[in-house]
Write a protein that binds this ligand. Structure first.
Ligand code: ATP
Length: 304
């Protein structure tokens, strides 16, 4: 069997509305996911013993044992398709930073589902893979789908969104990560038991996305986790302000942070923003990306 490689995108949230804390500890969300062209690549081979190797961005911090989300995804698929010889060697080439609010671990899980489905010729449909994905994590189904989509529940119930155009973003990476559970806990603390309304989809954001006008989209970006992320990492305030002062159409913490996402009018302005943010010394690095990007997909093999 030849190895299979899958490319999978990072995501930002254009809207992240967080409802009250549920009895099971999760929060009901209304979110608009948007995949961007920052990709991890996952390659799987059949092997006698399961293993995970990680190279690239933040590789030394990614677990390589059974807890790695890619390894968990391979085991979940093997169970679902009742495969006996299911050990795979997994190699993850990371470009998505870890614990950054970009759903990198979820992306690797989604990529592994697609890769093993192909390697084993298991023939599961996108809907079947999505069901397994939801059991692995709230953001995993979206990494399979890509594009721009509305997420409900914990974010795993998806509906594709009508969105026109291509959006140019600059992502500013922070030094160190933020733990998603810590950020939700800080959000609960900041709300201090005040009543929280059920989260609702922003009709203004949906209209802006249909128009394809980045200026309109920039005005409608929202993230209920931003105050919590900023309370844990006050330095993010400087990064957001630097982007706004440099003309970003929108500046927002991505998911649970600490990555900040800045929306530009076009590729040229994204270049200028990237230079300004780097010069301001408010982050450990920047990348320019475009969205929406396609979801997890097999990379065609080298000919011959
Ligand atoms: P999200 O936005 O989905 O909450 P995140 O982007 O903030 O997630 P991840 O990069 O997915 O964070 O990492 C979260 C944790 O998952 C890490 O602290 C790491 O220990 C664990 N993890 C398990 N597998 C992976 C993987 N393949 N890549 C990155 N992290 C992984």
């Amino acid at each position: 069997m030849t190895p299979v490689t899958v490319r999978v995108p990072a995501k930002v949230n254009l809207q992240l509305s967080v409802g009250p804390r549920r009895d099971d500890g999760y929060h009901d969300l209304m979110t608009v996911f948007h995949s961007v062209s920052l990709f991890d690549e996952v390659t799987v081979w059949p092997a006698d013993r399961a293993s995970v190797r990680v190279t690239g961005q933040d590789a030394s911090q990614v677990p390589t044992g059974r807890t790695n989300l890619a390894a968990r995804a391979a085991r979940a698929l093997a169970t679902a398709v009742k495969r006996r010889q299911s050990a795979v060697q997994i190699e993850i080439r990371k470009r998505i930073p870890i614990a950054a609010g970009l759903a990198g671990g979820s992306a690797d899980a989604a990529a592994t589902l697609v890769a093993c489905n192909e390697l084993w010729q298991a023939g599961l449909t996108q809907a079947e893979l999505s069901e397994i994905a939801a059991g692995l994590g709230s953001d995993v189904p979206f990494a399979l789908l890509g594009g721009t989509a509305i997420g409900q529940g914990r974010g795993e119930r998806l509906t594709a969104a009508l969105a026109a155009g291509t959006y140019h973003w600059v992502l500013a990476f922070a030094t160190g990560g933020l733990s998603t559970p810590d950020v939700y806990a800080a959000c609960d603390r900041l709300r201090d038991a005040a009543p929280v309304a059920p989260p609702e989809l922003s009709t203004a954001l949906m209209a802006a996305l249909r128009s394809g006008d980045p200026a309109a989209v920039g005005l409608q970006l929202s993230n209920d986790l931003q105050p919590a992320a900023v309370s844990l990492r006050p330095d993010l305030r400087r990064a957001l302000a630097a982007g706004e002062e440099s003309g970003a159409l929108g500046a927002i913490v991505s998911g649970s942070g600490p990555t900040c996402a800045f929306l530009a009018a076009d590729a040229r302005q994204a270049g200028e923003l990237a230079v300004a943010l780097t010069g301001a010394g408010v982050c450990r690095g920047v990348v320019r990306v475009q969205g929406p990007a396609p979801g997890a997909a097999v990379v065609p093999g080298e000919p011959g």
